[in-house]
Design a protein around this ligand. Structure first.
Ligand code: M3P
Ligand code: FE
Length: 314
């Protein structure tokens, strides 16, 4: 019942050929189609639905919308009623608004990011199939990302005006969409201001995260890898391809994931994220990071924040 997982991200790119080269050669995604508006659809080898990334030609980088898949079509009606009751307007986009995808419930998070929910997307199967599958396909390219794992949205926070869209989004996701809070960063006097949250519907520590910043935007979309070895190999692939790396392989205290941050050619930040971290259970106590330990929460080894990492986003 309810939300299953992240389904796709729709990203704006300035140079489609360069973007395609990046997502195919570095991440290892495959193009599955292009529509008549020049939007390109891609998937990872271990995903069974038709696409998880849409690249749209634009003048600037950034996120168009992020979509989450729900289990049943009727969930869309139930969630629409709850979102509207929460005080957020919704629209139903008819089946076919996006190719191979059923009707979508469209709304804005309190932070202003566009979110969509859908129940149906054409199932094309993973690259190893579902009958006696090999552990991985022979034609893996680049980092060989398994699937789109999560996104991190930057949300406006201004302690002077009291605006805190991280807290508003977190409340909304938990009350209207039944997301669970895994971890949070608390800052300010007495650590009373919720400045970042990691929330889940699957059994991994996060399917979405919100971090405070001066303005709303996209911090990153993240792709799943199996292991630390795969993170190292992904960094090698980035070296070969002269990918602009933001943060070289390291580990997060928060979620325990191992990670690389890097940019697509338009400047949208990507992450390759490995490891389960821990099995996220709805009844787990919330992990809290206090402001004095924020550096270790984000980058566990150095315990230090990197300025580009917190200041640059699309
Ligand atoms: C992650 C993660 C920030 C922290 C990011 C953490 C932007 O990306 O996957 O746990 O401060
Ligand atoms: Fe992440």
């Amino acid at each position: 019942m309810g939300v299953l997982r992240i389904g796709h991200a729709s990203l704006k790119v300035m140079d489609m050929a360069a973007a395609l080269k990046h997502y195919e050669k570095v991440l290892g995604m495959k193009q599955v189609m292009e529509d008549n508006k020049g939007n390109v659809y891609l998937k990872c080898w271990d995903e069974w639905d038709k696409y998880s990334l849409v690249l749209t030609p634009a003048e600037e980088a950034g996120l168009n919308h992020v979509a989450y898949k729900v289990e049943h079509d009727a969930d869309l009606d139930a969630l629409q009623a709850r979102i509207e009751a929460y005080g957020i307007a919704t629209r139903v986009l008819p089946e076919g608004t996006m190719p191979a995808t059923g009707r979508m419930l469209q709304f804005q998070l309190p932070s202003g990011h566009e979110m969509r929910l859908y129940a149906m997307k054409e199932r094309v199967g993973t690259d190893v199939g579902s009958t006696n599958p090999d552990p991985w396909p022979d034609d893996i390219t680049g980092a060989g990302a398994h699937w789109l794992d999560h996104c991190l949205l930057m949300c406006e926070m201004n302690p002077e005006t009291g605006v805190n869209k991280v807290a508003e989004n977190t409340e909304f996701m938990s009350r209207a969409l039944d997301f669970h809070l895994a971890e949070q960063v608390m800052v300010g006097p007495g650590n009373t201001i919720q400045a970042a949250t990691w929330m889940f519907r699957t059994s991994t520590p996060h399917d979405i995260a919100f971090v405070a910043g001066p303005r709303m935007g996209l911090h990153h979309i993240a792709f799943y890898l199996d292991s630390w070895d795969d993170v190292l190999k992904a960094a090698d692939v980035m070296g070969k391809n002269r990918t602009r790396i933001d943060v070289a392989p390291t580990r997060h205290g928060i979620t325990r994931g191992t990670t690389i941050y890097f940019f697509d050619p338009s400047g949208n930040r990507n992450e390759t994220f490995a490891g389960l971290g821990y099995l996220a259970q709805p009844d787990r106590p919330v992990t809290t990071w206090t402001e004095d330990h924020l550096g270790s929460g984000i980058f566990y080894h150095t315990g230090e924040l990197v300025s580009s990492f917190t200041e640059v986003y699309t």
